[in-house]
Design a protein around this ligand. Structure first.
Ligand code: NAD
Ligand code: ZN
Length: 354
């Protein structure tokens, strides 16, 4: 079993990563809880809900609410429905919300937990690789029509229980999506880890490798978040690759590309800009090869329009005084924030997209 303690302002919490842990959940959940509400989505529930319920044993008779799979469930409508479920189940301060699913369920259930009765305990049970990123760091949110994650709070789970056995059923694009964030964490921290990742094919990963990468990724994220929980300074480094990624996601329409695939492409751009602007020595070609051999959808770049992308990047919340604040790398493991003019980004994008 691998475990790690995360230090947050509100409380410390443990992340436990182990294959098959869903079958023995009872050992990891305090018997002080009098009620449990499991929140999950309809894809995950089909595969894992029975295991989780039996993993809780006879001790708990959990309430269950299932939302439709997909980003559109991070909505006011599902939020309200879940609050109704909390009220109906008469959850109180001795109750627990168990978020079983990927980042969508984690963000939604976490936001419910943070606001119901001004906050009750919740546990994250991530079932995607990407959720190594979303389950730690304490950001929970739902979307508004006008933008992603506009309504949310900072709220930490009491525990993260990560069963790597659940990752075996992820479709290929969700594995790529998860590894987009994994390799971001590698670029933020370690050339050796990057090199190791360049050797792997994400379609053919061993359970051990995944577990190792999740633990390393969580350590990097936790290290950054612990010193800057509310995103005033270095937490911004976690946005590496994200300015272009968000523009690509918005331009293609949500659901057309996974978040982490867009991040994978955004990282490539960030490496290229770092090379030009900072003269950083970075394995740009090696990384581009890795993206292509792992079938990240780089061909979508051909259909994108530079001016529209630029406009969208400026809309992204990181724009200050006309310049776009961009996270770049002086080298692997040494990120920095640099203001780039429209002109610079436009030129870089033109070169990148060609
Ligand atoms: P997701 O939760 O929508 O899961 C992706 C798809 O995989 C869904 O269709 C889901 O039903 C399915 N799925 C989940 N687990 C599965 C399994 N084990 N087997 C088969 N299918 C499975 O998406 P995600 O990529 O995990 O997370 C994306 C969300 O996370 C976004 O809403 C994003 O905003 C959020 N996020 C939050 C943070 C944060 O700090 N809070 C960080 C990154 C991302
Ligand atoms: Zn991300």
């Amino acid at each position: 079993m691998s475990s790690l303690t995360i230090h947050a302002n509100s409380h410390d919490y443990e992340v436990i990563i182990e294959e098959g842990i869903r079958h023995e959940l009872l050992n990891y959940i305090s018997s002080d809880y009098q009620k449990i509400l499991i929140i999950t989505d309809d894809k995950v529930s089909n595969i894992y809900l029975d295991d989780v319920i039996s993993g809780l044993g006879n001790e708990f008779d959990p309430h269950i609410t299932i939302v439709p799979a997909g980003e559109s469930s991070k909505s006011m409508k599902q939020y309200e429905r879940l609050l109704d479920a909390c009220v109906e189940a008469q959850l109180d301060r001795r109750s627990l919300i168990l978020a079983l699913g990927g980042g969508m369920v984690g963000d939604l259930a976490g936001f419910v937990a943070s606001t119901y009765l001004r906050g009750i305990d919740f546990i994250q049970m991530p079932t995607t690789i990407l959720a190594h990123d979303s389950s730690v760091g304490g950001k929970v949110a739902i979307n508004h029509q006008k933008g992603k994650n506009l309504i949310g709070s900072f709220y930490n789970p009491v525990k993260v229980i990560y069963d790597t056995g659940t990752l075996l059923t992820l479709p290929a694009e969700e594995i790529r999506s998860g590894y987009g964030e994994v390799i971001k964490h590698a670029f933020l921290s370690s050339p050796e880890w990057c090199n190791d990742l360049f050797q792997v094919s994400v379609g053919n990963l061993s359970s051990e490798q995944i577990k190792d990468d999740l633990m390393k990724g969580i350590k990097v994220k936790a290290g950054i978040v612990e010193s800057d929980e509310r995103e005033k300074g270095i937490r911004r480094y976690l946005n590496l690759g994200h300015t272009l990624a968000h523009a690509i996601e918005a331009e293609l329409g949500y659901g057309k590309i996974t978040h982490g695939e867009a991040v994978g492409i955004g990282l490539w751009f960030a490496l290229r800009v770092s090379q030009r602007k900072l003269e950083s020595s970075l394995p740009v070609d090696r990384y581009a090869e890795w993206l292509k051999s792992n079938h990240y959808p780089v061909e979508i770049l051909k259909n994108l329009d530079v001016d529209t992308l630029l406009k969208r990047m400026k809309w992204d919340k990181k724009t200050v005084h006309q310049k776009i604040n961009y996270v770049l790398l002086n080298q692997i493991g040494a990120p920095c924030v640099v203001g780039l003019s429209d002109q610079e980004i436009q030129t870089d994008l033109n070169l990148f997209i060609k």
